[in-house]
Design a protein around this ligand. Structure first.
Ligand code: HEC
Length: 730
């Protein structure tokens, strides 16, 4: 019965048009000063460091003035992605042309922000591979492959992506997908050290992955991880930049054992039901993306992710806020101790991570300058908090939302009472969905316009409780349970009513309102950059790169690029010339399944300048456009019923819905060749594409089940063909 419903849903989703057509303890400055002087004394007159050897906390702060280089993930520690470079202006941006391109050679998603120091660019492609290039010519200097076991690919929910490196004192740091943090000599590309950031989790068989960019602060490199879909306990860890020795670790959710690590965890554990399934599932709260630092306040901010399992009724049946899920937590970077937190989505139930980009800036609040942190997380609200204390200043939805009506003066959401009522097959169309109203794609803040440039979206999904869910139990029909997902929900219900949407919003964080916006044809558009040239840059899902007037939103320049874009652009100046660089490579959790651009070109790094005249690299057009022919596989209704259950449990969040989606960087199986369909076991059971990230299901599925799955794929292709024929007749 359930599968019948599942099947109906898949068709429903098709109809819904998911396929895109159209207190802080302040620093102890004295101590810090003393330490510095001591450190200076200890080193007998070292030769003045230059270039990448000189990159440290002070250099990253100093770069803020003029921003000629790009030394840290978000440009500066406040992660504003606002560059003071102004040779590219609203007047000459129309003359931007390609200066050079570089082949990242990745066929999966590319999410990295390049770092540029002393004329060298450091950027990552998929599978966490680091490339060092001459920033002016694009010539390769070295490539460092952390050699992630390609079989690890399915241990992460959302593509084998990497958002970039950190640099500090002559080293380049990459958090590899399999959880190892590597320190690389910036000059030679040779490894200096490597640590296992998930050692205990690895031993326990937990699915931790790292996709975020490390941040380097005060001699330490800091990294979190992902995995809350699978069942893990989140944390961030700081390592000594020279040795890789662990300096501190902060867990974001309580210890399921008897003893808590610190006072913050003792406080947090009181907000969880001791009988809840979080005890086995780990609770979640992974810090898989946002981090920011404020040197004046000496606070290090982390964005904490969703619950594990997602379903709050299963995770913590007696309720509770479940600290510090879906929160911003401020830590002391010297020892990793808790300072304050703000929880935007208490008792998260919808995968509303607060891991999205955190910006620290000064805004005029009630007529006075106030240092704030800003965030626009998945749940659709834009938050402004006091940076020193975490005090709630304001929150306002930047897109339509259905789960809450707004926030009360204490900063608690006023939830729609129906938003959690998904028992016994009931559905609530949660807007935003788990894809987020804004996901990891960074926003930018321009102090000259006072506006935040935010890639917003909606991707419809509806969920209902999964009454059969049990930890780590692979069950037909249970979302990705064959690969270890533990979410406690089924995506099996009525077609969503809301339509997919993607737009660039210029948001006034003081007035909490939209000032201008640009609608895009599809969701999942790229992160943004803003500059003192009064410009905003953004790539799009449909494969273009554009510049807008920062005040008016007028489009001033646009160029086709090699594929859909998800990564944010960056800018730097070298020998008096300003460049704009953009990593292009379609992917991510949405981009694995769905594509809005006609091209599927492997990842490239494109760099533009005024008057640039290089040719765009050859684009690779998508070829998988033809539905599998009728009767390629024969099926009975029963086969299809069995096949859909296995498909949902093992294939869906990589290959998408057959014939409903069109395939992103992973092919949609309804558009396979006859050869592939007939020999599917070659891939599914014999591991023919393990090197590309296609897991082997040997021992998990048998031949008959694979045949059922392909029967279901054929059935979906046939249904789509009928629908197309009917549409033609109309
Ligand atoms: C973790 C993501 C992931 C999961 C889960 C997954 N696949 Fe794949 N699959 C891939 C990737 C990546 C490829 C290689 C695509 C390429 O060649 O570029 C692939 C390739 C294939 C191919 C070859 C397709 C072709 O046209 O070349 C088949 C068939 C296939 N998968 C079937 C399945 C089935 C059936 C399931 C579920 C039982 C499944 N896959 C689950 C990622 C996945």
């Amino acid at each position: 019965m359930k599968t019948r419903k599942l099947l109906a849903t898949m068709m429903g989703v098709a109809l819904a048009g998911l396929v895109v057509t159209s207190c802080t303890k302040k620093t102890e400055p004295k101590k810090a000063e003393a330490r510095k002087t001591e450190a200076k004394k200890a080193q007998p007159a070292p030769a003045a460091k230059s270039g990448i050897d000189a990159v440290d906390t002070d250099a990253i702060i100093a770069n803020d003035k003029g921003d000629k280089e790009w030394l840290s993930y978000g440009l500066n520690y406040g992660e504003t992605r606002f560059s003071e470079l102004a040779s590219i202006t609203t007047e000459n941006v129309g003359q931007l042309g390609l200066a050079w391109s570089y082949d990242l050679k990745s066929i999966r998603g590319v999410e990295a922000t390049p770092i540029v120091v002393d004329g060298v660019m450091y950027v990552t492609g998929s599978w966490s591979i680091v490339h060092a290039l001459d920033a002016v010519t694009g010539k390769k200097l070295w490539v460092y492959d952390p050699e992630v076991d390609r079989n690890w690919g399915y241990k992460g929910c959302c593509d084998v992506v990497n958002r970039g490196v950190a640099v500090y004192q002559g080293k380049v740091f990459v958090g590899a997908y399999d959880g190892y943090l590597h320190a690389i000599d910036a000059k030679t590309g040779q490894r200096v050290w490597k640590v296992d950031t998930i050692a205990e989790g690895r031993k326990a068989g937990r699915s931790y992955t790292v996709t975020g960019a490390p941040r380097a602060v005060k001699g330490r490199v800091i990294i979190g991880n992902g995995g809350a879909e699978y069942g893990v306990r989140g944390y961030v860890t700081a390592y000594d930049v020279s040795t890789g020795k662990q300096a501190w670790r902060f867990y974001t959710v309580p210890n399921p054992g008897e003893k808590q690590e610190n006072a913050a965890m003792e406080k947090a554990v009181k907000t969880w039901d001791p009988e809840g399934s979080w005890k086995e599932a780990g609770g979640g709260g992974t810090v898989w993306d946002a981090m920011a630092y404020d040197p004046e306040l000496n606070l290090f901010y982390i964005g904490v992710g969703n619950g594990s399992p997602w379903n709050a009724k299963m995770r913590s049946p007696a309720g509770g806020d479940n600290l510090f899920l879906s929160s911003i937590v401020a830590l002391n970077p010297d020892n990793g101790e808790y300072v304050w937190h703000y929880q935007g989505t208490p008792s998260d139930n919808w995968d509303y991570t607060h891991t999205q980009h955190i910006i620290v800036a000064t805004l005029p609040i009630d007529g006075k300058p106030r240092k704030v942190v800003m965030q626009a997380p998945k749940n659709g609200f834009f938050y402004v908090l006091d940076a020193a204390t975490g005090a709630f200043i304001s929150a306002k939805n930047f897109v339509p939302v259905s789960w809450a009506k707004g926030y009360d003066e204490n900063g608690r959401p006023i939830e729609n009472p129906e938003a959690r009522d998904t028992t016994e097959g009931k559905v609530f169309e949660t807007i935003p969905s788990a894809y987020g109203a804004h996901n990891w794609h960074p926003m930018s803040f321009n102090p000259q316009t006072g506006l935040v440039y935010l890639p917003a979206q909606h991707v419809p999904l509806t969920v209902t409780d999964d009454p059969k869910w049990a930890l780590n139990k692979a069950q037909s029909g249970t979302t990705m349970s064959g690969l270890g997902w533990n979410i406690g929900f089924l995506f099996d219900v009525k077609p969503p009513k809301a339509a997919p949407m993607g737009k660039l919003i210029a948001w006034d964080p003081v007035q909490q309102q939209e000032v201008w916006s640009v609608n895009h044809p599809a969701p999942w558009n790229a992160g943004t950059l803003t500059t003192a040239g009064n410009l905003v840059f953004q790539g799009t899902a449909h494969g273009t790169f554009a510049a807008y007037h920062a005040k008016s939103g007028e489009k001033l320049w646009e160029t086709p690029v090699t594929s859909g874009v998800v990564a944010p652009p960056m800018t730097f100046e070298r020998d008096g010339v300003q460049y704009i660089s953009l990593a292009v490579g379609w992917g991510g959790v949405f981009g694995e399944m769905i594509r809005a651009a006609p091209n599927v070109t492997p990842g490239k790094l494109l760099t533009f300048k005024v008057g640039g005249s290089a040719a765009l690299p050859e684009v690779v057009a998508a070829t998988r456009l033809k539905l599998i022919e009728p009767d390629t596989v024969s099926y009975t209704e029963q086969d299809v019923q069995a096949g859909v259950g296995h498909y949902i449990a093992n294939c869906m969040f990589c290959h998408g819905l057959p014939a409903v989606h069109n395939g992103g960087n992973i092919p949609n199986l309804a558009y396979s060749t006859e050869e592939t369909v007939k020999n599917a076991t070659k891939w599914v059971l014999e591991g023919a594409s393990v090197d590309k990230g296609m897991p082997s299901f040997k021992g998990k599925l048998d031949e008959a089940q694979v045949t059922d799955i392909m029967g279901f794929v054929q059935f979906m292709a046939d249904a789509q063909r009928k629908k197309q024929a009917a549409a033609k007749e109309l």
